[in-house]
Design a protein around this ligand. Structure first.
Ligand code: TYD
Length: 193
């Protein structure tokens, strides 16, 4: 009589190996799906951030209006503006704000040699006159979701503050008086090309 037991053992071992192989494939598949999901979520987040930050170029070179990403509360509890580091093209080293500016008063009247600033009308409105020594441009800020980036060597005047206006300024460096040019003639001479 032929002994089948050896063949049966062989078949059982083969089946077990197939099961282990299938299990390994299953685990690999689960990890593959998880990695793909993770990459997909990251890509979607990046697209979302890129879409949120729209940039409108102005006439003054390197000045621009950027969109401040907004989080609208799902329960209607109001909006939130969020400024994370990728929103601003410089490192944040100082934040200050102008408020209670009397009607008819102006602020600014200077340029910065190295510092960059982002201005946001957190409340109310005001106008910013930008001047690069050749061109002038007036920008109205009246929306907390818009920010004006002022490049270096740009003379700025802030005027026509509405009642209750608050101007938030985010600056690339701490306060350094030597970074200011406060005399227009000196500014003009510095930017002559
Ligand atoms: P200034 O920048 O000239 O104000 P604005 O451009 O709004 O008219 O600053 C007014 C004064 O405040 C000036 O004496 C310097 C001082 N100051 C600080 O001490 N720290 C600061 O961060 C800023 C912006 C101004």
């Amino acid at each position: 009589m032929f002994d089948y037991s050896g063949i049966l053992v062989y078949l059982k071992i083969t089946k077990l190996l197939f099961c282990i192989y299938d299990l390994r494939n299953l685990i690999l598949l689960v990890y593959f799906v998880r990695i793909m999901n993770f990459l997909n979520i990251q890509a979607i987040d990046k697209i979302r951030i890129r879409e949120e930050i729209k940039i409108m170029k102005l006439n003054i070179v390197n000045s621009k209006i950027i969109d401040i990403p907004k989080i609208v509360d799902a329960k209607g509890r109001g909006n939130m503006g969020v400024i994370e580091k990728e929103v601003i093209p410089f490192n944040i080293n100082r934040v200050y704000y102008l408020y209670d500016v009397p009607s008819g008063e102006t602020r600014g009247g200077h340029a910065h040699k190295d510092q960059l600033e982002l201005l946001i009308a957190l409340s109310g409105s005001f106008e910013v006159i930008l001047d690069d020594g050749i061109k002038k441009e007036k920008v109205m800020l009246n929306n907390p979701n818009k920010g004006l980036i002022i490049p270096t060597m740009t003379w700025r005047e802030l005027e026509n503050f509405s009642s209750g206006a608050v101007c938030l300024v985010i600056a690339s460096d701490v306060y350094i008086e030597e970074d200011y040019i406060r005399d227009y003639r000196t500014f003009e001479l510095s930017v002559v090309r």
